[in-house]
Design a protein around this ligand. Sequence first.
Ligand SMILES: N[C@@H](CCC(=O)N[C@@H](CS)C(=O)NCC(=O)O)C(=O)O
Length: 235
Amino acid sequence: MITLYQFPTSPFCEKVRRMLGYKQLAYTLVDVPRALVQEYRHVSPIGKFPAIECDGAAVYDSTDIAEFLDEIVATPRLIPQDPQARALAHVIEDWADESLYFYEIEMRLAWRHNLPKALPSFAATLPGLSEAELFERIATGAKQLTTAQGLGRKPADRVVKDAARHIAAIDGLLGGRDWLVGNMLSIADLAVACQVNALRYAEECERLIQRVPAVLAWLARVDQAAPDVSANSPA
Ligand SMILES: N[C@@H](CCC(=O)N[C@@H](CS)C(=O)NCC(=O)O)C(=O)O
């Protein structure tokens, strides 16, 4: 039996929910309260989520979770076996996790005009705060993170220009094909799609994505092949 420990609003946790949906694995969800992460050190010693527990084994980090799930259930595979496809999937996944992630933090959460759309889904893991306190906590925390990383110091129009380039890159990588790597869904599709789904909370990104039918069709394909049964939908 698999238990997924998550922050429901995290794109990395959505990525793991979709891995489990793709492999049609049943699981129990535990929403981790942000104030109590220390109580979950047995599954995530670094205090980051997602983490899973499966028959006594604990694994944290979505990339390691993908490897683990491929080990316990061989098909359908998340990580391609062909060395070149595997390398490309790894690089695309890392682009999503380490670059696109900061765009969603900045545009969905640090840009105050976009935050109200995402706010209700944060209430479950930050209980006891008024709506105004929740808003301030998330907006300030997100801005601190992106400022330290660098993106948060860029003017908004430059961030939107970058985002347009990233969305065009997805279109370019697809090149008219169904999936980002080879002819099967892979960890690359899940990693990128989950960051894009978070980016769609930002009105600027939603406008950009609506102009790229191939990316919209690919998102629908990912959703169909790897459903997120416990999805938080935008308010
Ligand atoms: N590389 C990790 C990233 C996970 C991650 O950064 N999760 C965030 C939520 S989106 C988190 O747990 N943040 C809490 C913290 O940094 O203390 C993965 O792929 O699982």
